[in-house]
Design a protein around this ligand. Structure first.
Ligand SMILES: [Cu+2]
Length: 320
């Protein structure tokens, strides 16, 4: 299996499945980003005073503790880690979100070599998953989970793969080719707004209209900010079986990007029983919203939960 195929095969997607209720809400106007606008496993990307997800290895009382912080390029290894809570004990109780209790995204710091993994936990709270990184470099691992009965948390740690490192500078691209599929991205990322994005999947020039549900949606999108790999908030619009969401060729998402800049987007989609990943690099369009007031900026996420929050949470475990 070549590297590309291997990476694709890993794809499982996590992220950010919230369904139509959220989209309906977004129609009322731009959502504020951060400050408790959304509970769940993919809490908002943050804006003034709120740190976006994935930038810290410890947050909200939880710490992401890998057993080792090195990886060997080209070698199949096991990535093992714990999530510890206050007091340092491993957390063993998690709620399912998007059909899994733990989602791990692994990406090299330059935005290359994306993998989406689903580890298994043993009774002692150690999560393990096979992993092979294709090349040397500094990697970022994100753990995206919901502690039982709690709010979603995304933590990140750096992992190092020794060797000569040739960083890639992703050039902006709105079309991706993977295994004979072509995926085109439509829509703009507007900083500070819920931005509607469409992804059109074709194969051999023909629309693919029989995408398979994957982790509760017809596609899963991970968005990372170039430069610091802030982990952003994305929702698919609609869920399989809701009688209005077609299985392709177009999949719609709403993405919230907190700031102007360039973002890496990774779409995992399933067709022919294989999960593949289409990658994009997109610059935002338009200006950033003005800074929020200090009072608003210091609110902790989760302190304010919109009425729709519980609906979103309820949907996490139920897709499929
Ligand atoms: Cu996942």
């Amino acid at each position: 299996m070549n590297t590309a195929a291997k990476l694709s095969a890993y794809g499982a997607a996590l992220v950010l499945v919230f369904a139509g209720a959220w989209a309906a809400g977004s129609a009322a106007g731009p959502l504020t980003v951060g400050a408790g606008a959304e509970p769940g496993p993919h809490a908002p990307g943050g804006s003034a005073g709120i740190q976006p997800d994935g930038l810290a290895s410890a947050r909200d009382g939880y710490t992401f503790v890998p057993e080792r912080t090195t990886l060997t390029p080209g070698v199949a290894e096991e990535f093992a880690f714990r999530i510890t809570g206050s007091g340092g004990a491993a957390v063993t109780q998690f709620d399912e979100a998007h059909e899994k209790r733990m989602h791990v995204v692994l990406v090299r710091r330059d935005g290359a070599a994306y993998q989406h993994l689903h580890p298994e936990m043993s009774a002692d709270g150690v999560w393990r998953v096979p992993v092979t990184v294709p090349a040397a470099g500094s990697y970022r691992a994100f753990a995206d989970f919901v502690p039982r009965g709690g709010q979603g948390v995304v933590l990140g740690v750096d992992l190092q793969a020794p060797g000569a490192y040739n960083p890639v500078v992703p050039f902006p691209t709105r079309a991706a080719e993977v295994d004979g599929y072509r995926v085109e991205l439509g829509g703009d990322l507007r900083p500070g707004h819920a931005s509607r994005l469409t992804l059109d999947v074709t194969r051999g020039g023909r629309p693919v209209a029989d995408l398979q549900p994957y982790l509760g949606a017809y596609g899963h999108l991970v968005a990372l900010r170039q430069g610091d790999l802030a982990y952003l908030h994305v929702h698919p619009d609609g869920t399989p079986g809701d009688s209005r969401t077609a299985p392709g060729p177009q999949v719609t998402f709403f993405a919230e990007v907190p700031t102007a800049g360039t973002y890496r987007l990774f779409l995992d989609f399933k067709h022919g029983d294989v999960v593949r990943t289409a990658e994009f690099t997109v610059a935002t369009r338009g200006e950033e919203p003005p800074p929020r007031t200090p009072a608003a900026g210091t609110e902790r996420r989760g302190d304010q939960r919109p009425d729709s929050g519980d609906q979103h949470r309820d949907q996490h475990g139920g897709h499929g």
